[in-house]
Design a protein around this ligand. Structure first.
Ligand SMILES: [Zn+2]
Length: 215
């Protein structure tokens, strides 16, 4: 049965990330955590990120503030402030491929995600851009997302699913989701499907045109 790759965005959070790590450890599943720079300002939060890395999860960058999507930003300093500053906070915990995941538009893959300056920044600093093909909107459907995710995962040859280790209540259903996915015959793996990685270590490997605002 088709594999699922799990990713967790917008953490780490002290109330939810440890629970997510415990569940993943119980099922021997490795994932990627796309962290926010603003959540790494104190030592306990950075220790939580380090715990994830020590347990075999990969750490990626998901901007510092997560407020204005890069596709809407006209500020020339935004790439350094949002991406560079976060990468510095991730430090040695970062995956060597320097994973970066943009955000915007409620998870739609469209021109809100990036602008030309950001793409140039990612290229020059040799980031890998990691997108997704399954986004069950766990943040606004804390119970119903499990059915949505299972439906999405069944439709993809290899699902790359976005979840959030934030205090929405949704992660209380993580174990149910994993168990149902296993019961349906899915496997879990850590790598990303190639179709979801349009830039690899600074080299564009697929068209990113649909993801970039004109300015
Ligand atoms: Zn996000």
């Amino acid at each position: 049965m088709n594999p699922i790759t799990l990713t967790f965005d917008n953490g780490p959070t002290k109330d939810v990330t440890p629970y997510v790590l415990d569940v993943l450890a119980r099922y021997d599943i490795r994932s990627t955590f796309f962290v926010l720079g603003r959540n790494l300002m104190d030592a306990p939060s950075r220790a939580l990120m380090q715990r994830a890395a020590d347990e075999g999860h990969w750490i990626g960058n998901h901007t510092y503030m997560h407020d204005v999507p890069l596709g809407l930003s006209t500020d020339p300093d935004a790439p350094e402030r949002e991406i560079g500053r976060t990468q510095a906070l991730i430090g040695d915990a970062a995956h060597p491929d320097r994973f970066f995941r943009p955000f915007g538009g409620g998870g739609e893959l469209g021109p809100l995600l990036l602008n030309p300056l950001a793409v140039d920044y990612l290229r020059r600093h040799r980031y890998s851009c990691v997108l997704w093909n399954s986004i069950p909107r766990d943040w606004d459907d804390p119970d119903g997302w499990v059915a949505t995710a299972l439906r999405q995962c069944a439709q993809e040859d290899w699902a790359l699913t976005v979840l959030h280790d934030i205090a929405s209540g949704a992660m209380r259903r993580l174990e149910t989701f994993i168990q149902k996915a296993l019961d349906a015959g899915h496997t879990f793996r850590q790598e990303f499907p190639r179709a979801c990685v349009p830039m690899l270590r600074g080299t564009p490997v697929r068209s990113m045109r649909a993801l970039i605002s004109p300015s």
